[in-house]
Design a protein around this ligand. Sequence first.
Ligand SMILES: [Zn+2]
Length: 195
Amino acid sequence: MKLSPEEILIRWVNYHLSRSNCGRRISNFTTDIKDSVAYVHLLHQIAPPDAGVTTLPEHVSLMSETVPSVPVYWSSVFLSPPGWRQAKSMLKRVDLSLSTYTLRLSRKDLRILIGLLTGHADLNRHLTLIKVRSDPLCPLCQQEEETAFHLLARCDAISLTRLNHLGLYRIEYNDLYNIRWSFLLKLAKASGRFL
Ligand SMILES: [Zn+2]
């Protein structure tokens, strides 16, 4: 049996949805993911356990027996909980094209992107926090702790790479969310820190 790439992806999503016991399955990438519920459960399944990704807002909505609109849903996911500073710096508004883009990534790229969004990337600051490394400094520039923000926005050692990919030497914190995730992912990979 030969499956199209989309059918394979739907199988992959449904496999993770079945593990989440959420009762949802999808048969397409349009109407079935419109309310983001399946998407949130998928993210919850594939995010690293320590990334702080929860499905809590859905439980809140079930208790109130209302189906929140997509904007309300996403604001409850991303904007209400305290913390998640990193994710909030890159996601300020509802954009379903981001869901579609994210679902089409390879598992490796998705892992990198989620790491960048949540701050739980395989970079020295996070690895030091979880006691895998002992030095949080950026190995490329040795100037600052290596956070996702440092790598994407500040690190001087890759400022030319940043200029080539984004047209900018550096990125201000408040401008980060204006940059497409696909560009951020390309920059992160071009840095050589996610080989
Ligand atoms: Zn650096």
